[in-house]
Write a protein that binds this ligand. Structure first.
Ligand code: C5P
Length: 469
């Protein structure tokens, strides 16, 4: 098999390869492998995009963020290095991509092979590694990450960081980075208490380095105890996550919100279904707006052609019964908003096989009523969300029908909108709504002017925030 030397490619090609690799969060060699694999096997050979269910750090309202946060884990040379291997798993459990770097001393305790296997990516060890340095590897490793974690951070490594040394890959990365750095010191209690270490700790803190630990406890050395034990992997992973995914702020911070959106598809047979014209845009806009307001949002959506809103956990379902089943597993929540246009009926005798055309006429379709998700949740004795909001899409007698729906279904608010064909609401980008709120037996009506669906979402979220404040 022929070998390919990337170093011999022309500069423009190398530059575009580097860019592609950085965007995909891969090394240049892995990117080249990916391109070759795609060229021979087709684009499906590329690995699937990261798990959808992982909540993403908030970016923009329109872009569905798809990249996992990335940590470069620098493993220093101490007995606690074995715990860094567990840390790799703990970070990955939290949906964080991990790339490992080991100092020479660390390799006396654990092997790069183990770290590579756990991280699913090559572990980097050498500053002058021909394979990675052709593309300025230490600079890429320093920047192509969201956070650098040093665990264990030995007294020696901390001293080098405080002084700005760059005589190996780990220290070169730490000097070249413009990303946040979190260190987990681990050393003998006397080394931690030493005046030189204290000076270095103070310097590093001034330089903006974040610390986790050290903890107090028994040392690896027999009969020694004190402050110097590296924090546990779970603690370090939590500290890393707190930096990567800062706690939400905003008027709905700390609130859990469940939203349904889109139509449902009710099967007639494996290839046909009953559906409606709902686009899901209003429900998705509410989810995006609630996430921007700091809420922890889960969106249960029927089949729609929309990207996941940033920072929202999206669960996609097909039928009304699937939607109800998901909703029930997500309770309790603080607020439930049922914006889905759930099909009222489903086919009782849906075929397991495609129904064939026969000469004996058309097959009868018997319809049965679907569960009413809004009414079911509104009338729960246990786990009823404190605020339940329904939607009423009407083509005539809007307020009258919405008022009776509010009372009949047992929810707290109804967002009523006119979906007659002339309104252009179904599938369109604008909406005119009236928010009906029930206080004891009095119905108050808040009528809003015509707005975009995003503006309606923002106004609804603001009204919710004002109500629960
Ligand atoms: O009765 P109607 O379909 O007009 O009610 C609309 C409201 O009820 C919406 O909030 C919708 O999401 C909800 N609904 C539901 N389950 C159904 C039917 C409607 O949750 N089966």
């Amino acid at each position: 098999m022929a070998s390919l030397t990337v170093r011999k490619l022309d500069e423009d090609l190398k530059a575009s390869l580097r860019l592609r690799a950085a965007r995909a969060g891969r090394s240049v060699e892995d990117e080249v492998r990916m391109i070759l694999r795609e060229a021979t096997e087709g684009p499906s050979a590329a690995p699937a995009s990261p798990a959808r269910s992982v909540p993403q750090p908030h970016r923009s309202r329109t872009s569905a963020a798809t990249t996992l946060p990335r940590v470069t884990l620098i493993i220093g040379g101490g007995i606690a290095a074995y715990k860094a291997l567990d840390l790799i798993r703990r970070l990955k459990d939290r949906g964080i991509h991990v790339r490992c770097v080991m100092t020479r001393a660390a390799q006396q305790f654990v092997t790069p092979l183990t770290a590579s296997a756990l991280a699913d990516e090559r572990c980097y060890t050498d500053l002058f590694d021909a394979q990675s340095e052709f593309d300025a590897g230490h600079i890429r490793l320093a920047r192509d990450t969201d956070l650098i974690v040093v665990a264990p951070a030995t007294a020696d490594l901390m001293a080098k960081m405080a002084q700005g040394h760059a005589d190996d890959l780990a220290t070169a990365i730490l000097l070249a980075t413009n990303r946040p750095v979190l260190i987990a010191p681990a050393m003998n209690p006397l080394m931690w208490a030493n005046a030189a270490t204290k000076r270095n700790v103070a310097q590093l803190a001034r330089d903006g380095i974040a610390f986790i630990g050290p903890n107090s406890g028994e040392m690896a050395e027999a009969n020694e105890a004190g402050v110097g034990r590296m924090s546990e992997p779970l603690e370090i992973a939590a500290a890393a996550e707190a930096i990567l995914r800062p706690r939400a702020t905003g008027p709905l911070a700390g609130k859990t919100i469940l939203i349904t959106a889109g139509p449902t598809h009710e099967p007639i047979d494996p290839v046909r279904y009953i559906a409606n014209r709902s686009s899901g845009k209003q429900g998705f806009a509410i989810a995006a707006s609630a996430a921007e307001a700091g809420a922890d949002v889960t969106l249960v959506s029927g089949p729609v052609d929309l990207d996941d809103p940033a920072g929202v956990r999206v669960i996609r379902v097909e039928s009304a019964r699937d939607m109800l089943a998901q909703v029930e597993t997500l309770l309790p929540v603080d607020i439930a908003i049922f914006a889905a246009a759930v099909a009222d009926w489903r086919v009782a005798n849906a075929g397991d096989q495609k129904i064939k055309k026969t000469s004996s006429g058309m097959p009868p379709l018997e319809l049965v009523e679907n569960p009413d998700i809004l009414a079911t949740v509104s009338k729960l004795k246990q786990n009823r969300p404190p605020l339940v909001i329904g939607f009423a899409a009407e083509t005539q007698n809007l307020i009258e029908n919405a008022t009776s729906k509010l009372k009949r279904k047992g929810c707290d608010w109804i967002v009523a909108n006119d979906v007659s064909p002339a309104s252009g609401v179904m599938g369109g980008d604008r909406n005119t709504v009236h928010v009906l709120t029930l206080d004891k037996s009095n119905v108050a009506i808040d009528s809003w002017p015509v707005m975009t669906k995003e503006e309606v979402a923002d106004a609804l979220v603001a009204k919710i925030a004002a109500t629960i404040a």
